[in-house]
Design a protein around this ligand. Structure first.
Ligand code: ADP
Ligand code: MG
Length: 298
């Protein structure tokens, strides 16, 4: 017996490390005419490194304490930034005290109790506006300086007062620019970058990847709203993302593809297809495969 072409295409994609959840999804992949990409873990390698540890002068917190408190609070988080913070503490041989009352807010950061201190770690734009003290202006200045240098700034707030800022560096995936241009020509559209990261780091990375349209500083629901806006304008949007923060955008997509390596269970569950081999280049490849298969369907 011969297998229907779309099912055969699902099998072929599977052998190349892309799990397409059904023949219907395989067909839809070939229909997309707009592309929205996440940044961290999608266009970038997703293994960011802490490059700067900057306590706020006058906060009474030194570099070691800043990193220790941040890593203790991030210990239970699955975000790539959290892993970078924990790895940096480990590399310096810092012992991590246990944290309690851990809570993560996608697109914002985490909070936890470490010993007798309350620690919040996350996006300066989300955490700093709440602060009033002198430390807030200092932390804001340090974060701005780091972001100017292309870093993702992560602020550490201890007992309500900004204690310092970490600068995180992430690399473009090898081949990301080629994938972006392949997606552009396959869909006849200009791929869009949707990110929760700061506009400066986002613009720098987008330029490296050849992405011309960028929307930065977005919360997960705002990423989804951007996708729905395109859909309302009649576009069939392919969303490619990796993390729990991408789940709403993946759900709003015409077709959602999750990258598996650093991916969260929620993203994998929400997506229509999952790239388990963590190769971004397989995304345009499955679009081409879908179109070849559809041509064989009578
Ligand atoms: P992206 O769209 O690039 O994947 P996210 O939406 O996951 O980014 O996160 C947006 C921003 O929120 C990050 O740049 C960071 O500043 C902050 N953030 C989110 N989660 C964390 C975390 N666990 N630790 C530190 N910062 C975080
Ligand atoms: Mg991400």
């Amino acid at each position: 017996a011969t297998m229907p072409p779309l099912l055969a295409a699902v099998a072929i994609a599977g052998r190349h490390g892309v799990l397409v959840k059904s023949a219907v999804v395989m067909e839809r992949l070939g229909q997309v005419d707009a592309v929205a990409l996440d940044k961290t873990g999608t266009l970038t390698e997703g293994t960011p490194r802490v490059a700067d540890v900057r306590p706020c002068p006058g906060s009474g917190v030194d570099e070691g304490t800043l990193l220790t408190l941040a890593a203790a609070a991030e210990h239970a988080a699955e975000h790539p930034l959290a892993r970078a913070v924990v790895a940096a503490a480990r590399e310096r041989g810092l012992a991590l005290p246990p944290a309690e009352d851990f809570a993560a807010t996608p697109g914002v950061g985490v909070t936890a109790t470490v010993g007798d201190r309350t620690v919040a770690v996350g996006a300066p734009a989300r955490l700093l506006p709440a602060g009033a003290g002198a430390g807030t202006a200092l932390a804001d200045a340090i974060a701005g300086e780091l972001e100017e240098g292309g870093r993702t700034a992560v602020v550490v707030v201890v007992d309500g007062e900004p204690a310092g800022v970490l600068g995180v560096a992430d690399r473009l995936r090898p081949g990301a620019a080629a994938t972006v241009s392949a997606l552009a020509s396959l869909t006849g559209s200009r791929p869009l970058l949707l990110t929760g990261d700061n506009p400066r780091a986002a613009a720098r990375l987008a330029a490296e990847a050849g992405v011309e349209e960028v929307r930065a500083g977005l919360l997960p629901q705002e990423k989804a709203a951007a996708v729905r806006e395109l859909a309302a304008a009649g576009r069939r949007v392919l969303v490619v993302g990796d993390g729990v923060n991408d789940a709403p955008a993946l759900a709003a997509a015409h077709t959602g593809v999750a990258l598996g390596k650093v991916g969260s269970d929620l993203a994998v569950e929400t997506a229509d297809a999952v790239v388990v081999r963590d190769e971004l280049a397989t995304v345009p490849a499955v679009i081409s495969l879908s179109r070849r298969a559809r041509r064989l369907v009578v």
